[in-house]
Design a protein around this ligand. Sequence first.
Ligand code: FAS
Ligand code: PHB
Length: 392
Amino acid sequence: MTLKIKTDVAIIGGGPAGMLLSHMLDLSGIKSVVIEQKPRAYVLERIRAGMLESGTVDVLRQAGLTGRLDREAIIQEKVHYGFQGKETLILDLKAHTGRWLTAYGQTAITQDLYAAHDKAERMLFDGVADAQPHDLMHSPHVTFTKEGQAYDVECSYIVGCDGFHGVSRTSIPTSVRKEWEQVYPFGWLGVLAEVPPMPELFYARHTDGFLLASKRSPTRSRYYVQVPACDHVSDWSDDRFWQAVYKRLSTEFHHRVTTGPSIEKSIAPLRSFVSEPMQYGRLFLAGDAAHIVPPTGAKGLNLAVSDVYYLHRAMDAFFNHDNPNLLEEYGSTALRRVWSSVNLSWKLTKLFHAFPGESAFEQKLRENDFDLLLDHPPMQAAMAYEKVGLRL
Ligand code: FAS
Ligand code: PHB
């Protein structure tokens, strides 16, 4: 026997996009059900992004979700860009834009979202199987099973927040979908270590490859190095990792690094991907379900938040003010910002990574790209504006 549930919005995916949308819809009196394939403990332990745009913090604050963030987050007013161990550009975000980045891990955001969810006693099914959207044009509903029990969630709209490998995007007919993809011939080896981080948010390019020094708290560091796409975590001992950090970092900053044992170590593949449209009938897509960016620009999580901001605003207009216009425009509104972040992420990835087989000519162009930034404040201002995040 199938258990039937009625709600306003069925959300597939209980990551940051799905949980933030459910929370914001609830604040507007719009009911939703979140359907998540992994057990919540698994979702809450995922280690991913760490740098928030100012717009993201504003959205979280308006949603009443910044209590812990205000206590624990670290403000990042400047970004350091090192090039070939010689020159370093210090990009003063606050001087150029009056705004800044905030270091606060995605893991903490997800934990805050689940705590708010529990407090509001909203409906979430985790550890489900076979979630599937149906009848996207007329009477949308989502079926799934949990512990052998079949469910059928009838709703006005379905939102796919189920990431790159989810079922929502592929529910849009291939005759309708248009996709762009760039897969990079390298990945990021990320290490989390319980040691004080460099004060700087430091991106570096070296002939061996890319380096990023970031943080999670005053006692917890997050570092990444570029590795060949075919590498495995077991190829990288902690010692080998820290040697690569020192080799790729300008020597004048070596004293700012504290090494220590890794408490988490993983390799993330890098790709740029966009799928259009982000809506089809009564199905909408938000976050990684519709787009993926290489983390060089720290945009993935921030894009998920901006999608949710636009979709919540549109659903509030529809459900509470009988105005369908923003819903009809959601996809085009979200995609303008998506493509800007895809573009910046590609530019920074090209500038700071060693591409196997690149020509000497391409290397000279890259050096010139960095010199233009180093020598011209208007170029720096433009990059700072994109880095802190375009206005919502
Ligand atoms: P998510 O992928 O976070 O969440 C999707 C949810 O849907 C998951 O919980 C999944 O279990 C669930 N789901 C999937 N299929 C389902 C199905 N069929 N049924 C039900 N549920 C289903 N961004 C940065 O800015 N900086 C970084 O350093 C960074 N590092 C990353 C490292 C990795 C390994 C990955 C994969 C991504 C990284 N990102 C980074 C991007 C990341 O932070 C995403 O942008 C962010 O998680 C997007 O959130 P969601 O759209 O909610 O997708
Ligand atoms: C992180 O802290 O995980 C981080 C910071 C900046 C990036 C990517 C990841 O560009």
